[in-house]
Write a protein that binds this ligand. Structure first.
Ligand SMILES: [Zn+2]
Length: 499
């Protein structure tokens, strides 16, 4: 018996040793390198394009001259002389829109230069606002510099959540966080659900004095109207109007306060199936319009990320969960997504729960449409890298959601071009197609004003004068797929995740 035990121990030790050696060898093999950056083309002449005029909701036949990454001239076809050294792109019968912005992303925890960043580029996303939460601020800053210097493929990271604030314990802590804010403009503090009003308002006050931006989830125990008045720059996620605009809103905020301060265990939750049902059924239009007005007056932006609510509603849907684009998501991340979607089904169980989250998602769409018609500017954002939010690719899904919400295709496109540029006060150089604008352009096969799905028909991407042909964009997608399913990469990913 004893001898058997010793043999088993020896065998086990050998297996563990082999495993360690195997991991060590695998870690010594480098992961695939990030994709190559195309050379910047000094002079580009785009011939005979249908330029989509997003302000006027129409198209206009134009030739475009791009010099050193900037649109230097535009005119009716044939009116401009073509410089001798120009690279000519014939866009006859095709449509040009500005590069797209995703205003709510989370750069992937691991290997963003191989996975997330090229995926954004492949989908025509040229600028992002990253809400943080994963990875270091300094690392993201460094990537942004490399991207702007044409050393790395990816979108510019126009704003970064330098501080991700899950909760706060005191007023002093709130002021200290503002005083020690590591970022520079336009980077910001992102607040999350559990920040209590007694510390949230001192935080926003201190931030205002230091000209630091605060944005993010509306903290659950804080009134949205008060937050907008205090200077919260943008509210994230479509649940905002449902949580805040029904007779039970005050009680809901109080229940969160009790939960976060340990006064209640969280039983009698007001955001369970019954709670969501109440928000939908007793939604108060007057409260809603008042909140919209306060947001307009205070310049508060709204980034509904409808595809996150869509995930809630479709968590149990077989084909939704078999999205073919999963091949671009790292296999370990996919496992996390699966667990998250399963958790959603458990939280809202049975046909009653499923119907409620579906109605909640649809009501959110309806309210975004109404808010937009009431003059509130909506931002397109995806929560990229959150469950079933595919970096870049899902921005096109969100545009379709915005049209479903009742926005015109032009208004949906403004939410992903002109408005984000305005948000960052960069409208003089970004977000539209005009002389003096940075040349971030998508050449599409079909007209997106006729059908928003046509934003997916990208033939060519121009990013700051770099030309990505369809072939090059497909190469980016292939590279991401390879990295997402690479065995060596997986060991590296796991290793980094454990560190
Ligand atoms: Zn997020």
């Amino acid at each position: 018996m004893k001898r058997i035990l010793i043999r088993v121990l020896i065998a086990l030790s050998a297996i563990i040793l082999l495993l360690i050696i195997g991991i060590a060898i695998t870690l010594s093999i480098p992961v695939p390198a990030p994709p190559d950056v195309p050379e910047k083309t000094a002079t580009i002449f785009i011939k005979n394009a249908n330029v989509v005029d997003l302000r006027g909701d129409s198209t206009l036949r134009q030739d475009l001259l791009i010099e050193n990454g900037q649109i230097s001239n535009m005119a009716v076809p044939g009116a401009l002389s073509v410089p001798e050294q120009a690279t000519i792109l014939d866009a006859s019968g095709q449509y040009i829109i500005p590069g797209l912005w995703d205003m709510h992303t989370h750069l992937s925890p691991q290997f963003a230069p191989q996975l997330t960043l090229p995926l954004f580029t492949a989908a025509g996303v040229t600028n992002i606002r990253d809400l943080g939460g994963y990875g270091s601020y300094e690392q993201k800053k460094a990537w942004d510099w490399q991207i702007r210097a044409h050393e790395m493929v990816g979108p510019r990271i126009q704003g970064i959540g330098a501080v991700f604030l899950a909760s706060l314990q005191s007023e002093e802590q709130a002021r200290e966080i503002v005083n020690q804010f590591p970022g520079e403009k336009p980077d910001f503090i992102k607040v999350y659900n559990a920040v209590l009003p007694e510390y949230y308002f001192p935080l926003v006050e201190a931030a205002k004095n230091k000209k630091v931006t605060v944005l993010g989830h509306k903290p659950r125990a804080v009134s949205a109207i008060e937050a907008a008045k205090a200077g919260h720059k943008s509210f994230e996620h479509a649940r905002l109007f449902l949580f805040e605009c029904y007779p039970g809103a005050e009680k809901l905020r109080q229940s969160y306060h009790d939960r976060y301060t340990g006064l209640s265990e969280g039983d009698g939750r007001l955001d369970d199936t019954r709670g969501l049902r109440e928000m939908i059924d007793t939604h108060d239009d007057e409260m809603f319009l008042e909140l919209v007005e306060v947001m307009k007056e205070n310049g508060t932006w709204f980034c509904p990320t409808h595809i996150t609510r869509k995930m809630d509603a479709f968590a149990s849907n077989e084909s939704f969960r078999k999205d073919p684009r999963l091949k671009y998501i790292h296999r370990l991340q996919r496992m996390g997504w699966k667990g998250d979607a399963d958790g959603m089904i458990d939280r809202y169980p049975g046909p009653e729960g499923q119907k409620t989250v579906m109605d909640f998602y649809k009501k959110g769409l309806e309210l975004t449409g109404k808010a937009s018609r009431a003059g509130l500017k909506v931002l397109a954002g995806t929560d990229a890298n959150d469950t079933y939010c595919f970096p870049g690719l899902s921005l096109h899904d969100e545009l379709a959601e915005l049209v479903k919400a009742g926005l015109s295709p032009a208004e949906a496109l403004r939410a992903a071009t002109i408005y984000p540029a305005e948000y960052f006060k960069l409208q003089a150089t970004h977000g539209s197609i005009a002389n003096g604008q940075v040349a971030d352009l998508l050449i599409l096969k079909n007209n997106p004003l006729e059908n928003i799905e046509h934003t997916r028909s990208i033939q060519t991407l121009i990013f700051d004068g770099q030309v990505y042909s369809r072939e090059k964009l497909d190469q980016l997608l292939d590279g991401v797929e390879k990295m997402a399913n690479d065995g060596v990469g997986t060991v590296h990913y796991l290793w980094k995740e454990m560190k």
